[in-house]
Ligand binder design. Structure first.
Ligand SMILES: NC(=O)c1ccc[n+]([C@@H]2O[C@H](COP(=O)([O-])OP(=O)(O)OC[C@H]3O[C@@H](n4cnc5c(N)ncnc54)[C@H](O)[C@@H]3O)[C@@H](O)[C@H]2O)c1
Length: 322
């Protein structure tokens, strides 16, 4: 098997590339380097610089490297940007996927793994989210992930491609400092950023109907997430009937924003109290995955906890910000 990982020079993609090569899989990466960093990749992983929107390039790469499976992570991922630039998000996330699937079908590739997101659920009125929970994304980013899933399943059926859609919950941590997320879009880097600026962490709302009044989320270590990709790739390459599989990737455990801020204080040694600000519109009180299907279908479950996520993310933050 040879796997093409699109977006493999990104935060999650580089962890997936490392987990798969570490397990003996042959891997190459396609990345337009709009957000990717080549140095994140293991030295023996070939990198093709190019876009998932370039059908001609994709066809050449799939043929020249005799690719037999694709892990598609390349996408734009910022919610606020997707609200401001919806056409760009549909074009790149859905259009890029359609172009890729066309090339995959033409090359006769039968295995496809798609990077989806808990954003497909929007803000459901249940606390524990199964894969059957109705999808109702609340921003263009989430819409492109849901439309992407539909497209992946339809192309899978039409062209005999076995597909897996992984719906990641809140990703944090790093396998090594140089692989850390350099963006400041999620709670852990956002709190690090405040502390680095000598400012108190912010909590948006402490009057939710949760044990400590702050929002509860399901956090997953990026190394666990990378292992979930490996498990899914192995499931696809075993052959047999996979059909289309859609799987939540979370720990199935809720952690409140206040608990996260407390652990960040312990890890960084900066325990200044958080300031509480008004609720942000659209934040659900609780969003936690039911992770049973991943265990049943992929034989995978998360092993790493929140402290490990924050300690490893902090080492990465220090590397990039000192
Ligand atoms: N980080 C999260 O918390 C999270 C949660 C759920 C889902 N996801 C999904 O996981 C995937 C990876 O996210 P990430 O956090 O590693 O983001 P990232 O921005 O670090 O990685 C994305 C990579 O894709 C590349 N890329 C973007 N558009 C491309 C294109 N058209 N052609 C080729 N390469 C392109 C970028 O250069 C980058 O290296 C995305 O699909 C994202 O939507 C991420």
């Amino acid at each position: 098997m040879t796997w093409l990982i699109t977006g493999g020079a990104g935060y999650i993609g580089a962890h997936v590339a490392r987990a798969m090569t570490g397990a003996g899989e042959r891997v190459l990466v396609l990345d337009d380097l709009s957000a990717g960093v080549p140095a994140r990749l293991p030295a023996d992983v070939p990198l093709v610089r190019g876009s998932s929107l370039d059908g001609g390039l994709l066809k050449r790469v799939l043929a020249e490297h005799a690719v037999t499976g694709v892990v598609h992570l390349a996408a734009r991922k910022q919610v606020a940007e997707s609200v401001a630039q919806p056409t760009r998000y549909y074009q790149e996330n859905v259009g890029g996927l359609a172009t890729l699937l066309e090339a995959v079908a033409e090359a006769g590739i039968e295995r496809f793994l798609f990077s989806s997101s808990a954003a497909v659920y929007g803000n459901p009125d249940v606390e524990l989210i199964t894969e059957e929970t109705p999808c109702a994304p609340v921003n263009p980013y989430g819409e492109t992930k849901l439309a992407g899933e539909w497209l992946v399943r339809a192309a899978g059926q039409a062209h005999g491609i076995s597909t897996v859609c992984l719906r990641y919950f809140n990703v944090a941590g790093a396998a090594a400092p140089e692989l850390a997320d350099t963006g400041v879009f999620n709670i852990v880097p956002m709190v690090f950023d405040r502390l680095t600026r000598d400012e108190a962490p912010r909590i948006f709302g402490d009057d939710y109907p949760t044990p400590d009044g702050t929002c509860v989320r399901d956090y997953i270590h990026v190394s666990d997430l990378a292992e979930a990709h490996l498990a899914a790739a192995r499931r696809l390459s075993e052959g047999g009937q996979v059909g289309d599989l859609t799987v939540n990737i979370g720990r199935g455990e809720g952690v409140s924003v206040r608990e996260m801020v407390t652990v960040i204080g312990e890890v960084t040694g900066d325990r200044r109290p958080a300031v509480v600000e008004p609720r942000r519109p659209g934040d659900a009180p609780v969003s936690v995955a039911v992770a049973a299907r991943a265990a049943e279908t992929l034989g995978w479950s998360a092993r790493r906890g929140v402290r490990d996520m924050i300690e490893s993310a902090w080492r990465g933050w220090l590397l990039h910000h000192q």
